[in-house]
Structure formats: C-alpha cells, structure tokens
Design a protein around this ligand. Sequence first.
Ligand code: SIN
Length: 319
Amino acid sequence: MNRKIVILGTGGTIAGTAASSSDHTGYTAAQVGIAQLVGAVPALAGGPCDLVTEQVAQIDSKDMSFSVWARLAERVSHFLAQPEVQGIVVTHGTDTLEETAWLLHALLVPAKPVVLTCAMRPATALAPDGPQNLLDAVAVAAHPGARGVLAVCAGVIHGAPDVQKVHTYRLDAFSSGDAGPVGYVEEGRLRLMRNWPEAPVHKALAAIKKIVTQQDGSGWPRVDIVMNYAGAGASVVQALVASGVQGLVVAATGNGTLHQDLEAALLQAQAAGVRVVRATRCLEGRVLPRAGDLLADSQGLSPVKARVALMLELMANGS
Ligand code: SIN
C-alpha cells in the first residue's frame, strides 16, 4: 500500500491570476485549479508518497463561510481516517488562514499532519511564492511523526494555536508571536524548534462535529467581535444583543482593559445570557487573568481564534 498525501484546494492568492506578471495586488484570487497548481511544481513528482488532489472550494478566503468550513472539515476528516493517508495539505488564502487552521485543529485534533499553505503573490507573478510553499507543505505533511494543524509559509512552520497573519504584503507574512515557530523547512528538510502543537479536547466533540458539518451552516451560534478603542461606548454591544447575538469576543486594549462604558455594556450583555470573552488587540502577549475577573479571558487566543473557540463551546453546550 503506497502512502498518500492528499492536497485539498480552497482558493486564495496561491490560485490567483493577474493580467500582468508584475502585478502583485491587482489580481483575482481563486482562479487556478488545485490539479494545475500541483502540476506546475515538477519537484512534487517522484516523492515518497503518492499525491491525490481534490478541489474543495475556490474562494478568496475573505469570503470564508460556515458552509465551506463544513465541507473542508468533512473532507479533511474523511481523508484522515484512511490508513494510507500520511498527511493532508490544504491550499488556502492568507487572509483567514489562521481561523481555518484553529477550527480544524480544535475540531479534528488530528494525530496526522494537516498543513495549510498559501501565497502572497498570485500564480502568474514573475516569481510566485506558491510553488515553494506547496513543496515545503508537502515535505511537512510527509514528515514521520508530524501531527496537528500547521501552517507553512516562506519556509516557516507555524502551529495552529499561534499562527497569525502580521503583514499585508511581505512574502513572510505570518508570525507565531511569543511562542515562536514550530520549525523551518530548509532544502526539503525540517529543522524543528519545538513540539508539534497540542489541541484542546472538547467534551462534546462528536456533537460539535455534527453541527459543524451540516452543510447549510444553520447550527452555528452567532458570535461577533467588538473592539476597545478611545471613545468606545455601549451602542455596538447593545445593537448586537438586540439582534440576538449569542457570544461576544472583545478585542480589549493591552492586558484586557476596556473603556468603562464598553465594559458596562459587556457586563450587561453577560448578565442577559450572552457569553463574553476578553482577548487582546495586542499582536503579542495574552490577557493575564486575575482572581475575581468579571469577564473570562481568551486563554491566549487572538480575537478571531477566540471567536471560533467560543462558537465551538456554545455548540458543545447546545446553544
Ligand atoms: C485570500 O485570502 O484568499 C486572498 C489573499 C491571499 O491569499 O493572500
């Protein structure tokens, strides 16, 4: 039985095309199919594993939806269960890559590697970064003992809990912040800096999976993100509560601080049954909890990942 690496395409700049090879911003994402992207990297052929491709979606990841997440989670889960599958690579847009990575990590807790990769330049660029990223991602997916959801970009391996897009244009657009990267891919070989990422284990994972994989996305609880800033007030929170939001993540300032008016509105929302979680809008560090805190902290997750975590928690609690 030959070992397999499955490459799932979802779109993004890695599959983008522009009218001119020097145009790195005026392109259309999600144009080139996954089989063509893989075929354009001859070095991928002749590796230790057979490659299987499947187009799961073809979108600009800014438009990521619950139904695409549902389809992707179902396909990743399907292939992970096949004994001959060594690992999975997912091509994805950079813009919401960290959210998808965290969702798959927390939902599937994979014992095999699931490697998200991407590009900052379209496939038609004079020097596209996608082909090398794809080659590196396959090297990670083929690595014995690799596990968990990872992101590979510009030769750096990030873990799903830490990865964050931090640059709008640079090829090395991601950071793992304080945690640092899991490792690097150098000439097809891995130089590992720390352990593979651990996933939190939800009590009601089977129930959550059932909701997530409903293709119409109807079972997802509504969780929105609000931000603290100079002059922040109560009105956005009040409007969200009035519209039926079930959870709120606040991107607080610094170590979880909130304008008193926003804080009062969040406490009122919480008293009315809305789950509220405090993350920080700082790129690095985490909200350090203190005894007696009235609002829960995000346990080190960024606001967008805390939102995904809260949605899964609300699903587990049957909301
Ligand atoms: C996207 O996120 O799909 C477009 C941007 C990118 O991939 O860099």
